[in-house]
Design a protein around this ligand. Structure first.
Ligand SMILES: [Zn+2]
Length: 483
């Protein structure tokens, strides 16, 4: 009996890029065993060494998590669909603070919000709620753009934005808060200008800082709702934990390539992000948008859904996404909805929590050192772009291997031999194990994996180019196209 298994984007490199695979089996365990025997590389991503599922992967049969069915023994039949939902990255009443009675709308505001005021679900009372609402956005990037613009337009009275980045040309394809003339400016400045232009009646607070365990609780305390528009796992867990500790709803969105996820985590009324994913994937497994790419309009769709949920939370109207995870596949134009349950064993919102304060999230996510200082390199396994340049200038020519995808190679390359990381296990025999090999990718993550793989295969002199072709362009040859 063939069962349909849906493969998420991060695992498709291991399934010959197929998104759906029909696999024989009568239980989830059997199906996954057959899947991993056909596509052996998936196995290490699904299972730990002791044979249990990894904590950053969830398996669903239709819309239900198998942890709440019979786990691997869950029976499946032909009409069932198994989904593998890795971390990327309703309907309950909410108790938003009561609107202070002194909140009033001016005549100008009445006119501006007139299309809201005539909807019964908003009306004068709802519009005052929005005006009294305080929403903190983490990030003024792809997701933060539509969130900020729609919340400003809708009249949310106080919008806080945490960001420390400057506008880069590569942002403009999707981050519509920022314009071409903003390149090089702080994102907070262009965001404030844009949002004040949309609605001068609201107040914008900006925080030019990296969100951290030291400042998160203090920053969140002044707000009713937090919107997670981050693009990295340490910040995602930090936002979750701070929201749980303060009892505030966390409107979650994440995007990669053509796929997005959206939900509302509110531990007082439903599950939190850790109920879904107790631990993050190891660094490098899930590509970032910088490495994996993202379709320009996708953050617009997912961010707009986040803005919608914020407005519903503030209005206390409708069924929010508490307890539901919505997945959107833009290429197929398919929305799917999965049930999320509160995990009684959740380390932060469960019955007997083990986390009572914010922790070191970089360390928790396996990222050592800080992003601020450059870590020392290991000369046996790594080489910097400066060292490589010096070697090349001296006429030494190590064999250069590029493990990016062909379309990245087409944009810019260093004349290296191209073998994409996903093809390396099949093609490494094309390389000479006795030769010195310098491996590179875009930023150094994929090439570190490739170098480790080659060492396992008996290659003795393999070095990872730290920072990848990005570092080469930034530090050695800025005339090359950057992507
Ligand atoms: Zn939880």
């Amino acid at each position: 009996m063939a069962i349909k298994v849906l493969i998420p984007t991060p695992l498709r490199p291991f399934t010959d890029r197929r998104d759906t695979i029909e696999v024989e089996g009568t239980t989830v365990g059997e199906v996954l065993e057959n899947l991993t025997s056909e596509f052996s590389q998936i196995k290490q991503h699904l299972y730990s060494d002791d044979g249990t599922f990894r904590s950053y992967v969830n398996i669903y049969v239709n819309d239900e998590d198998i942890r709440y069915l019979a786990r691997e023994k869950t029976a499946v039949s032909e009409k069932d669909t198994i989904s593998i939902i890795p971390s990327i990255a309703g309907g309950v009443d909410v108790d938003m603070p009561e609107v202070e009675s002194e909140t009033q709308l001016s005549n100008d505001e009445v006119l501006r919000y007139s299309r809201h005021l005539i909807i019964p679900e908003v009306g004068m009372d709802g519009q005052k709620r929005l005006k009294a609402g305080r929403v903190l956005m983490i990030g003024a990037g792809g997701l933060g753009s539509p969130v900020g613009m729609y919340l400003a337009a809708a009249g949310v009275g106080k919008i806080g934005i945490v960001d420390f980045d400057v506008v880069d040309k590569t942002n403009l394809q999707r981050q519509i808060l920022h314009s071409t003339q903003d390149i090089g400016r702080a994102k907070l400045d262009s965001a404030r200008e844009k949002l004040e232009g949309i609605n001068p009646n609201i107040s914008i607070e900006t925080y030019e800082t990296r969100l951290s365990s030291d400042n998160a609780l203090e920053l969140f305390a002044d707000y009713d709702v937090v919107v997670d528009g981050t693009d990295n796992f340490p910040t995602r867990y930090l936002v979750n934990d701070a929201c749980v500790l303060l009892g505030k709803p966390n409107v979650y969105g994440s995007i990669l390539r053509f796929e997005g996820q959206v939900s509302v985590f509110d531990s007082k009324r439903g599950p939190c992000y850790r109920c879904l994913y107790p631990a993050p994937p190891p660094p490098g497994l899930v590509p970032s948008c910088a490495e994996g790419g993202v379709l320009g309009v996708l953050p617009g769709i997912i961010g707009t859904l986040q803005a919608l949920e914020v407005i519903k939370l503030l209005l206390n109207e409708g069924d929010t996404l508490i307890g539901r995870l919505v997945l959107f596949d833009a290429l197929k134009f398919k929305f799917r909805e999965l049930k999320l349950r509160k995990n009684p064993e959740c380390p932060i919102c469960g019955i007997d929590p083990t986390i009572h304060s914010l922790i070191d999230y970089e360390q928790f996510c396996g990222i050592s050192g800080g992003a601020v200082s450059e870590p020392a390199i290991d000369e046996r396994t790594e080489i910097t772009v400066e060292q490589l340049k010096a070697r090349l200038d001296n006429g030494q020519k190590p064999f250069m291997l590029d493990v990016r995808e062909p379309r990245e190679y087409e944009i810019v390359n260093l004349g290296a031999r191209l073998i994409p990381l996903s093809e390396l296990p099949k093609r490494f025999k094309e390389l000479d194990p006795s030769e010195e090999i310098v491996v590179h990718c875009k930023m150094g993550g994929r090439s570190a994996k490739a170098a480790a793989f080659l060492r396992q295969q008996g290659f003795t002199n393999v070095k990872n180019l730290v920072g990848g072709i990005d570092a080469w362009i930034n530090k050695i040859n800025p005339n090359l196209p950057r992507y």
